[in-house]
Design a protein around this ligand. Structure first.
Ligand code: IVH
Length: 664
């Protein structure tokens, strides 16, 4: 039908004007009217259905399992550089490799998001793959179609068939708003826009992805080259409807490259999205081909990574937060200051040693830095400007919540409030941990826990099982449906396997992985309670610290009473036969290997990586020791793990290498 074709073309153009050019030429009202007309016509003419129609941007409610597919060309990474010296060496390598004295480079932004590869045939989007292990990626076409700045139908003089690559990002302001909504709904907020993007692209229901504020920027056409200049190719791709910010620049000298880097290091915080550096590419495609690739990276490109940005501000006071285990975390209250595009008022101080090491005084000017996490950290004090009257920070001696004297165990960095049964934030924190997704998975928001606690309905997590419909319905914000949902969710949690229950009850130092290891040897809470410290220490991965912590927990009468309460309500306190038989691995590729997983991965979540290790017969270990076979490192790997691995000479294996080593 001609009208359908015309409407689609018009709407594709308006989409482009709005989401790529940011320059709409019609009002939202007019756009919606045209879209509604198209929707009606498509309903009346199902034979004209097209997954790339502008009406399909809202996604579908059908859950999809992603299918792994081979990339047409491997999706490689980039070499990183952190200094101008590194770039100088790169320039020398390139010129030597080509045997020339002059090279034209294109500098462009390094978008801090998640890579995507798009395939187009006759101008229509036919496939979208994640990077995966670089050879195979997940087919996320349905999700990609919901990202408005990815054209589903191209315009202009596009080639018949080609692939284009880019990065999906979540603009910072939209990320903050999205995270705030999540927090209110009791969902775990994402640490940064990149993680939020990765999480969004992995959703299996594209109508949910459509609600996530994602954007895509294109930066590379792997095979088909419209011209010999990468810079020109970016311009041409823009003319086909792709979102390519017009800020790339051709540079003919290192000085020009340095100037571009310095300019964007300053300007990056005014951008609506995060960039973590600049990518420098040899501009000529012929020369790129001459230089070629190593197994992992192109020889013709390099990423320059920006340093974490620093700001200077005044330290006003220190708050001491009490966590669920009673751990005391100091947090600095700061005079508000702009840092990396946001106003910072608080910063982490980690522990008392850190405060002592920084020699902090109240009213000091301090420097703060933002790493991968949302909360910045204090890196040093500006000692020269310290007032003569400034007071040195003295770490507190008593719990700010319940007044109990704090204790610090030999060898531990943190102070603890030992009043675990009566200190309000500890009780609430334990309940929050207990209901968490990785623990009992009970749909209970922090605010509701507070409400139940204040109404005297719960004093510990076992009390959740005593809640009744009558208890809940009398509370503010509880309607029949929410009360019934909560009760159902609590009832469902009685089926949660014992390993998760063991994690949920919140024994200090017993994380998810350790809990799983323990139940393999001691498959019930009674067996664990009966085990001696020596027995427990004999479990691989369980050291004295963990064994002592378990013993301390199980011999405490208050904890014993809670366990009995859980038992009376039918919570799983032993491994069911079912689970035991399920424990057989599918392959033995990693048999005998003890692996520590750390950092954030591109193709899988950390939990998925751990599951993969188990499926292949390997063992997940929580800390690096001389028994560790290797560390599987993602981006932002914990610095202490990295350091320890380097000290002990333990190999560090990247995501790609690891996935390639598995026969799947
Ligand atoms: S070019 C063969 N250009 O950074 C070269 N990559 O750390 C392909 N990235 O895997 C990459 N902005 O996901 C290129 N302007 C840009 C980029 C960019 C972000 C990502 C990309 C790459 C990663 C390497």
């Amino acid at each position: 039908m001609q009208r359908i074709a015309d409407l689609r073309k018009t709407l594709h153009e308006h989409n482009y004007n709005y989401y790529v050019k940011h320059d709409p030429t019609i009002s939202d009202f007019e756009f919606d009217k045209l879209l509604a007309e198209l929707q009606q016509l498509e309903q009346a003419h199902p034979e004209c259905a097209d997954p790339n129609s502008p009406t399909q941007r809202v996604g579908s409610d059908i859950d999809e399992q992603f299918v792994h597919e081979n990339h047409s060309y491997p999706m490689l990474s980039l070499a990183n550089s952190y200094s101008f010296d590194d770039l100088q060496e790169f320039d020398i390598r390139v010129k030597k490799g080509l045997g020339v004295e002059q090279v034209v480079y294109t500098c462009e932004l390094k978008y801090d998001g998640v890579a995507i590869s798009l395939q187009y045939k006759n101008g229509a989007l036919t496939r979208a793959l994640t990077r995966g292990d670089g050879v195979q990626g997940d087919n996320i076409t349905a999700n990609a179609r919901t990202i408005r700045s990815i054209p589903t139908q191209l315009q202009g003089n596009f080639p018949e068939e080609f692939e284009i690559r880019g990065e999906v990002c979540m603009p910072r302001a939209k990320f903050e708003a999205f995270n705030a909504v999540r927090a209110v709904a009791g969902e775990q907020p994402f640490a940064n826009p990149r993680n939020a993007t990765a999480g969004s692209l992995k959703l299996q229901n594209s109508s949910q992805v459509a609600k996530r504020p994602l954007e895509a920027f294109m930066y590379y056409i792997p095979a088909f080259q419209p011209s010999d200049s990468h810079f020109e190719n970016l311009e041409i791709a823009r003319s086909w409807g792709f979102n390519v910010p017009a800020v790339a620049q051709k540079c003919t000298s290192l000085d020009e490259i340095f100037a571009y880097i310095q300019l964007w290091d300053k300007k990056r915080h005014n951008l609506p999205f995060d960039i973590d550096g600049i990518v420098i590419k040899v501009d000529s495609i012929n020369l790129q081909q001459e230089l070629g690739f190593t197994a992992k990276i192109p020889r013709w490109a390099i990423a320059y990574k920006f340093k974490a940005e620093e700001a200077r501000t005044r330290l006003l006071s220190i708050d001491y937060q009490v966590g669920r285990t009673g751990a005391i975390t100091p947090v600095a209250n700061l005079e508000p200051v702009q840092l990396a595009g946001t106003v910072v008022k608080r910063a982490s101080l980690y522990n008392s040693d850190q405060i002592a090491q920084l020699d902090l005084h109240i009213d000091d000017y301090v420097f703060i830095e933002k790493g991968g996490e949302i909360i910045p950290k204090v890196t040093r004090a500006d000692v020269q400007t310290r007032s003569l009257f400034a007071h040195k920070v003295e770490f507190i001696t008593h719990c700010p919540e319940c007044g109990t004297q704090l204790v610090r165990t030999e060898g531990e960095a943190l102070f603890y409030c030992p009043n675990s049964e009566n200190c309000a934030p500890q009780i609430k924190g334990k309940i929050e941990h207990f209901v968490g997704r990785k623990a009992m998975n009970i749909g209970l928001a922090e605010a509701t826990i507070d409400q139940l606690f204040k109404a005297n309905l719960i004093h510990n997590f076992a009390d959740l099982y005593t809640l009744t419909y009558e208890n809940l319905i009398q509370l503010e914000r509880f309607a029949e449906k929410s009360a019934r949902n909560l009760l159902q969710s609590i009832a469902d949690s009685k089926q949660v396997p014992f390993a998760k229950v063991l994690f949920a009850i919140g024994i200090r130092h017993v994380g998810e992985t350790i809990a799983k290891t323990i139940v393999k040897k001691y498959p019930s809470i009674d067996a664990i309670s009966a085990a001696s410290i020596m027995d427990l220490e004999a479990i691989p991965e369980v050291g004295t610290k963990i064994a002592e912590s378990i013993k301390q927990y199980t011999k405490n009468p208050a904890n014993q009473a809670i366990i009995e309460q859980l038992r009376a309500h039918g919570v799983q306190l032993e491994v069911s036969e079912n689970e035991q038989t399920n424990a057989e691995p599918l392959s033995q590729t990693l048999a005998g290997k003890s692996i520590v997983v750390s950092g954030v991965f591109q193709s899988k979540s950390r939990d998925e990586m751990k599951a993969l290790i188990e499926v292949h017969g390997g063992k997940n270990a929580s800390g690096v020791s001389k028994n560790t076979s290797f560390v599987l490192a993602g981006e932002g790997i914990g610095p202490s793990k990295l350091e320890k691995a380097q000290q002990l000479g333990i190999p560090i294996v990247g995501e790609e290498e690891f996935l390639n080593s598995l026969i799947m």
